[in-house]
Design a protein around this ligand. Structure first.
Ligand code: SF4
Length: 734
């Protein structure tokens, strides 16, 4: 595979006890009440994992949503957040009608308008941008199922620029790193074969708190089966509490540990010699490269004793190939993230776990043809070259780059569509840039179910109905069992909310682009696609989930000849593509910055009840977790005279302060670090439950490290100190 071919692969890639107690959903049918019970198949949209479920209603009133028993993707359970679907439908703060920003004296305000007025306004602005600057000047930010309809609309118009924050702010480094090493990424859902693992190594991966339903279930199964778990984390996470080995590493030094483990595997001859000889290239260069990185050296960097490093490396090797060094998911930490993910990919290759039971399996999905439609016009310019040409290995959009290229009169991007992503709380430390972009842009359209900080910047806000009120694309994820699942409406859309496909089609027609949406409504698309694979919409409305037979084997056969999609056709321990673009072909260690005196490493993570900031205002989920707390080690608490339950504010070195946040004094965090759950600290006054509650980690990030390989934003290099609760927030609520 050459660089151009690699780009095609990475384009396809672009677009969270054991812990049964963390899975709050119900594995069985709910008990019926005395009224008439009806059921509707759905696919949960409380996060992007897309578990299939069933909505139960009694006498037409929503009652409960539960996991679909035939869905291998959720195994009959929804997670804690998934049970909050009815809360999303019922939320009294939902967006109800299209809103248009209008002048109001010296200021501005939003005015409720009809759909026709809102869409006419957007079509006029798009046309004006096209005439004045070119039709290639719009960008889409998207994190959700409906985003593809707006992507199609913008591409039909002539604008191909898009970004999913799930790339540059989340799993982009690992997809890039595994793509460089194996010629394909880890995918989503991840192709990790944890249920069959004998040893699982988690590096800053908070399984159980970061609740991706089936992933946590397979982790649970592995523990039940006696797998050894090694957790590397400055914090004693839920996963650490289920581990035989908790390595409380100094923040930012994970690469040192990975290189030392590699050193031990190589120097003690513990790697899978047959697998490496058959499938890998660059072993000799790797072996020479890791010689300086011995456990004694790593001890000084990581604080982990050499004996522990050697012992855990031997445990990994002793269980190989059923050892999974987990690639993690949110891996944009210190800016060297692609290289750290490469070190993880290399370790797995040495252990022979790629393509083997207990390591990584081959995924398969249903071959579902696209609905017949005219081909989209070719773009008139190369937006990637303009916006992110200095990241030649990346073919998907880098969201932070698109923001930067939207600021100023000469900016390339002139208009945004933002679908289901609250950029101010998603892009670290970018609040001022987003404000500047909003002032420069000639059009900003925000599509969402809820008001949020980003809707405050919009020219037009379009209210989307919730997943329980709409059809969406069939769920067709690549995983172990090819399966289709249907999301269909259980209710009429509330107020004036509409599905994304409807909005995009209406806009296309106003722009004279209706031929690219050649169907009367989306049921035609679904029924046509299903009939191509021997089913129908009527059948899926009855079944909800349908399984299909695999056509490929999930694991490599013994001795199977395999050509990997890399330039050499082998697993590249030494990356020729990285060398070609002037990056390190083997991972190197760079010591992290240390906090200034009085400051702590800012660590953040997830909680089972919430999906980033999107669910904080959900009445059901808010009740489960109404605020975040700041974890503080007892020694740090003593310095500040703090006790659990006290309130403090967090302040970064630039003087930016958070909302008040409650202290949790615990030995489960290192003395040099604090920890908060991400997603809190909303400032939008229309989110009446979430506003002003808890601290926002993203706004405190002052030291964002850009990954030189894929452009992602490293978010774990920031520092905060603890200040008095009565100190006022600075720079707005965080
Ligand atoms: Fe819903 Fe939970 Fe599945 Fe996400 S993981 S789709 S929130 S049930």
């Amino acid at each position: 595979m050459n660089r151009r071919e690699f780009l095609k692969v990475s384009a396809a890639l672009g677009a969270g006890t054991a812990v049964p107690a963390m899975l709050g959903g119900c594995a069985t049918r709910p008990l019926p009440g005395s009224g008439e019970v009806t059921t509707t198949p759905t696919v949960c949209n409380m996060c992007f994992w897309q578990c299939a479920g069933t909505l139960y209603q009694e006498d037409g009133r929503p009652w409960k949503v539960v996991g679909h028993p035939d869905d291998p993707h959720c195994d009959g359970r929804l997670c804690t957040r998934g049970t909050g679907g009815i809360g999303a439908y019922d939320d009294p703060d939902r967006l109800r009608q299209p809103l248009l920003r209008v002048a109001d004296g010296d200021g501005q305000r939003f005015e409720a308008v009809s759909w026709d007025e809102a869409l006419d306004f957007i079509a006029r602005r798009m046309t004006a941008i096209g005439e004045q600057h070119g039709k290639d000047r719009l960008a889409l930010f998207s994190h959700g199922d409906g985003g593809k309809h707006f992507q199609r609309l913008l591409q039909a118009f002539g604008s191909h620029a898009y970004a999913h924050p799930s790339f540059a702010q989340c799993r982009g480094p690992r997809e890039t790193a595994f793509g460089l090493t194996y010629g394909e990424g880890v995918g989503s859902p991840d192709r990790t074969d944890m249920a069959n693992s004998r040893c699982i190594v988690l590096i800053g991966s908070h399984l159980g708190e970061n609740l991706h339903n089936s992933q946590v279930q397979t982790f649970t199964r592995a523990i039940d089966n006696g797998a050894t778990v090694i957790t590397v984390d400055p914090r004693f996470s839920v996963a650490a509490s289920k581990s035989q080995h908790w390595l409380a590493i100094k923040p930012g030094t994970d690469m040192a540990l990975l290189l030392a483990w590699t050193n031990v595997l190589v120097n003690e001859g513990l790697y899978d010699r047959d697998y490496v000889a058959r499938y890998c290239s660059g072993f000799d260069k790797l072996a020479a490269h890791v010689q300086p990185y011995n456990p004694e050296w790593a001890y000084l960097e990581t604080g982990i004793e050499p004996a522990v490093i050697r012992a855990t490396a031997r445990v990994m090797a002793g269980n190989a190939p059923a050892t999974l060094v987990h690639p993690g998911r949110h891996v944009t930490w210190y800016g060297d993230d692609t290289q750290r993910s490469r070190a993880i990919a290399i370790l797995n290759a040495l252990l022979g776990s790629w393509g083997r039971p207990g390591g990584f399996y081959r995924q398969e999905k249903v071959k579902l043809p696209a609905f017949p439609a005219p081909p989209l016009p070719k773009p008139s310019s190369d937006w990637k070259q303009t916006v992110q040409g200095d990241f030649p290995l990346v073919s998907t959009g880098i969201s932070n780059r698109l923001v930067e290229h939207s600021i100023g009169d000469d900016a390339f991007i002139k208009g945004w569509f933002v679908y289901a992503t609250n950029l101010p709380l998603t892009l670290p430390g970018a609040t001022e840039q987003i404000k500047a972009a909003a002032e420069s842009l000639e059009l900003m359209v925000v599509v969402d179910t809820m008001p949020a900080e980003i809707t405050g910047y919009a020219d037009v806000v379009l209210p989307e109905c919730t997943y329980l009120e709409r059809y969406d694309d069939l769920r067709n994820k690549a995983e172990r069992t090819p399966t289709l699942a249907l999301r269909m409406p259980a209710f009429e859309p509330r107020q004036q909310s509409k599905p994304a496909w409807w909005m995009a089609k209406q806009l296309a027609e106003k722009l004279g682009l209706g031929r690219y949406f050649p169907w009367p409504d989306y049921t035609f698309v679904l029924d046509w696609q299903l009939k191509q694979v021997g089913s129908s919409l009527a059948e899926m409305q009855r079944l909800g989930v349908k399984r299909f037979a695999r056509k490929t084997r999930p694991y490599f056969d013994d001795g199977e000849a395999i050509r990997f999609n890399t330039p050499s056709g082998r697993i590249e321990l030494w990356s020729s593509l990285l060398a070609e673009v002037g990056q390190d072909p083997l991972p190197r260690y760079t010591p992290p910055e240390r906090p200034p005196p009085g400051f702590y490493h800012l660590n953040y993570g997830r909680a089972p009840a919430h999906t980033f900031g999107r669910t904080i205002n959900n009445p059901q989920l808010f009740e489960l977790m109404p605020e975040n707390t700041v974890w503080v080690h007892p020694s740090a608490a003593a310095v500040h005279g703090l006790a659990s339950g006290d309130y403090v504010r967090l302040e970064n070195p630039n003087g930016r302060r958070s909302n008040r946040v409650r202290v949790r004094v615990t030995e489960r965090i290192r003395p040099d670090s604090i920890f908060i759950v991400h997603g809190f600290g909303h400032s939008d006054e229309r989110q009446r439950l979430a506003r002003g509650v808890g601290a926002d980690d993203a706004a405190l990030m002052h030291n964002v490290k850009i990954d030189p390989v894929m452009g992602g934003t490293g978010m774990r290099a920031s520092f905060v100190r603890l200040v008095d609760d009565d100190a006022a927030p600075q720079g707005g609520l965080t």
